[in-house]
Write a protein that binds this ligand. Structure first.
Ligand code: PEP
Ligand code: MN
Length: 338
């Protein structure tokens, strides 16, 4: 349910409405927008009627939100959400590029990629130390040693780390090294993990699962937000379809659909969507044109030698070319590349 205040509602009227919401056992979520001040109400709202609120002084109207997600919905928060991490603001008006290796392998590899990312004027550096591999025989990542290598390189080059967390038991460990938690596609519905991240106030990049609907993605965001962490960045990374020429099918439609349904920023991962570096640049440019707030891209100094996802990783020269195209296109769309 959403309580919409009149333009001339006084602060006392707003606060007294909030107290009423709390006294009925519900949680208020005040949002002071550019046009209207509204207050979302969460909890089991089937029991209460609109009439509890629509007669209160200062209240213009009361709306029921029929969507199963509330805090993630546009209705609850009409203005866009901007997520700040390491001096970068992710959200409308900018195109944030997160780049780095699929996996942390060696100090030299990570140093080379960090140096390139910084030299291209970017601030967000990805790399996996805990890897969710389909096969238990594949490289599983370097764990804490990988986090150390990643964060040391990031520090040397003034970058902010984005790295995957796979278990709710690792929040403190991964949290010591990362600026943004990454929740991978396979963990989109790891509810224990989502709740644990919801207890923190650290930004989180939440990837859509390969068989997750947009609604399920937004419900997973809701788990994090319900815990009190509003800093959620969504990510479309391709879904599984009948098509086999690409690793997944990039659901570019998810970008405008999510923009309408939700106020949260949405990034695209062209690397896991396409699965082949040849298609990463076109998919990245499509993401920019479709209105995504950025991309997360895999790069490697020598993709043929990569321990994971080499086929879809851009080499450094190709990534430089892609950044040139992004920087050429972005001003036409009124966005700044960060
Ligand atoms: C990754 O970013 O390295 C990754 C494993 O991605 P996804 O969770 O989207 O498969
Ligand atoms: Mn990968």
């Amino acid at each position: 349910m959403i309580v919409i205040f009149r333009q001339d509602a006084t602060e006392e009227q707003i606060q007294s409405t909030i107290r009423k919401i709390e006294s009925l056992g519900y949680t208020p979520h005040l949002s002071r927008g550019t046009v209207k001040t509204i207050c979302g109400v969460t909890g089991d709202d089937r029991a209460i009627g609109e009439s509890e609120f629509d007669q209160l002084p200062g209240v213009e109207s009361v709306l029921r939100v029929l969507k199963p997600y509330k805090l993630a919905s546009r209705e609850f928060h009409p203005d866009p959400t901007f997520v700040e991490a390491g001096g970068v603001t992710i959200g409308p008006g900018s195109f944030s590029v997160i780049a780095g290796p699929c996996s942390v392998e060696t100090e030299e590899q990570v140093e080379a990629s960090a140096k390139l990312v910084a030299s291209l004027g970017l601030k967000l550096f990805r790399g996996g130390a805990f890897k969710p591999r389909s096969s238990p025989y594949s490289f599983q990542g370097l764990g804490e040693q990988g986090l150390e290598i990643l964060s040391a390189a990031a520090r040397r080059h003034g970058l902010t780390v984005v790295t995957e967390i796979m278990s709710e038991h690792d929040v403190d460990l991964v949290g010591r090294y990362t600026g943004i938690f990454q929740v991978g596609a396979r963990n989109m519905q790891n509810f224990a993990l989502l709740k644990a991240i919801g207890e923190t106030r650290r930004p989180v990049l939440l990837k859509r699962s390969m068989m997750g609907t947009i609604e399920e993605l937004l419900l997973s965001a809701e788990y994090i937000m319900k815990g009190g962490n509003p800093h959620v960045i969504l990510c479309e990374r391709g879904i599984r379809t009948f098509e086999t020429q690409t690793r997944n099918t990039l659901d570019i439609a998810a970008v405008p659909v999510i923009k309408r349904l939700s106020h949260l920023p949405i990034l695209v991962d062209p690397s896991h969507a396409m699965g082949d570096w040849h298609y990463v640049a076109p998919a990245s440019l499509a993401a920019l044109a479709a209105g995504a707030d950025g991309i997360i891209v895999e790069i490697h100094p020598d993709p043929a030698m990569a321990l994971s996802d080499g086929k879809q990783s851009l080499n450094h020269a190709h990534f430089g070319d892609l950044m040139g195209k992004i920087r050429a296109l972005a001003p036409h769309l009124g966005v700044q590349v960060r």
